[in-house]
Write a protein that binds this ligand. Structure first.
Ligand code: ATP
Ligand code: MG
Length: 284
């Protein structure tokens, strides 16, 4: 009976996934082929310049006149309540969404001159709904890496994580007869994938949302240690991770309402930031 039930579930999944698969195929076909770039472009700065954006059918703009920038070597954070517009800003920066007004700049130039492939080559992105790709450990971490990847590169990307000692041939995902791993462990593999990509701009949308406190500290310490050669943009809801950021943008209802370092923002007790993090900051 259990086997029949599982078959029913599997069939249901196929039916539910079919329209998504069709959308994916359309998307892949819509992106013009560009030759893979082995050279990682150097990025000195990225910026949103007076960006406004409204989702189709939404009654109001989701972002209105948002400007923010980040330079090489900087750690920049976006904070704000759920639905404030942080992920929308990230999606506009990488080109998954097109602004209705305003410009996206990389190294001071408008990105509209770049092809999709050229634009994406600048970014290493960890999205909020990080992917769970049930391949072998090697393929899961190597997915999307530009150029050839050696086992040594993959080992280096996995160092410090639960998978550091696992054979790279380990199949992930129980449905394929492989190893089942936890949500936080999937997120660590997604972080390893970014490390391997070594892009000029890392964008991490809540990179440690599923990760335990100890590992979270290690990950943020490493982000700070290694931030010199790139731009790092982090979306975070945890106050302590924001200390040591070069600049924090506070987004509220689609607008940047404050910006500054942690201490500068905390010095305005009536400000949005201090009110957002008042209870969390007590323990820091
Ligand atoms: N695909 C979409 N279509 C229509 N509206 C959307 C879509 N995605 C997000 N929104 C709306 O845009 C607003 C901003 O969403 P966004 O995902 O940018 O918030 P966020 O700041 O990342 O929140 P969270 O902290 O929950 O991740 C929300 O009101 C949300 O409902
Ligand atoms: Mg979000």
């Amino acid at each position: 009976m259990n086997a029949i039930r599982q078959c029913g579930y599997a069939f249901g999944s196929i039916v539910t996934a079919a329209p998504q698969a069709a959308i994916y195929r359309r998307f892949v076909r819509s992106v013009p082929e560009t030759p893979a770039r082995a050279v990682v472009p150097v990025v000195h700065s990225v910026a949103l310049d007076n960006i406004s954006f409204q989702y189709p059918g939404a009654p109001e703009p989701t972002l209105a006149d948002v400007s923010l920038h980040a330079c090489r070597g900087e750690l920049v954070a976006l904070v704000g309540v759920n639905g404030a517009g942080k992920s929308t800003a990230v999606n506009l920066l990488i080109g998954a969404l097109r602004p209705h007004r305003g410009r996206v700049l990389i190294n001071g130039d408008d990105v509209s001159a770049l092809s999709e492939g050229e634009r994406l080559a600048h970014f290493g992105l960890l999205v909020q709904e990080f992917g769970r790709f049930e391949f072998t450990l090697r393929d899961t971490v190597g997915l999307g890496a530009p150029g050839a990847v050696t086992d040594r590169d993959i080992r280096a990307a996995l160092s410090g994580s639960f998978a550091a000692e696992l054979p790279l041939d380990t199949q992930l995902g129980q449905q394929w007869g492989g190893t089942g791993i936890s949500g936080g462990q999937w997120q660590r593999l997604a972080l390893a994938r970014i490390r391997l990509r070594s892009a000029g701009v890392w964008i991490l949308d809540e990179p440690t949302s599923a990760i335990d406190a100890e590992a979270e500290r290690e990950i943020f310490a490493e982000l700070r240690r290694t931030s010199a050669g790139r731009i790092t943009i982090v979306v975070s809801h945890r106050a302590w991770t924001l200390r040591g950021m070069d600049r924090i943008y506070v987004i509220d209802a689609g607008a940047v309402v404050q910006q500054g370092t942690y201490d500068e923002l905390m010095n305005h007790p009536d400000g949005r930031f201090a009110r957002l993090f008042a209870t969390q900051a007590e323990g820091i």
